[in-house]
Design a protein around this ligand. Sequence first.
Ligand SMILES: [Zn+2]
Length: 47
Amino acid sequence: MTWIVKCENCGNIRKVYVSYNIKNLTKIYIYCPKCRKNTFHIIIEKQ
Ligand SMILES: [Zn+2]
């Protein structure tokens, strides 16, 4: 699945490829290449 997520820390929007089922979540804690650390990301769109 391809999800569009927004970093809560810097506002960077990007696509992430998710292989596991987290459809009930509204936020995920993943690595942000702009912040160069793990941050919370808001899930904007699920494709
Ligand atoms: Zn960020």
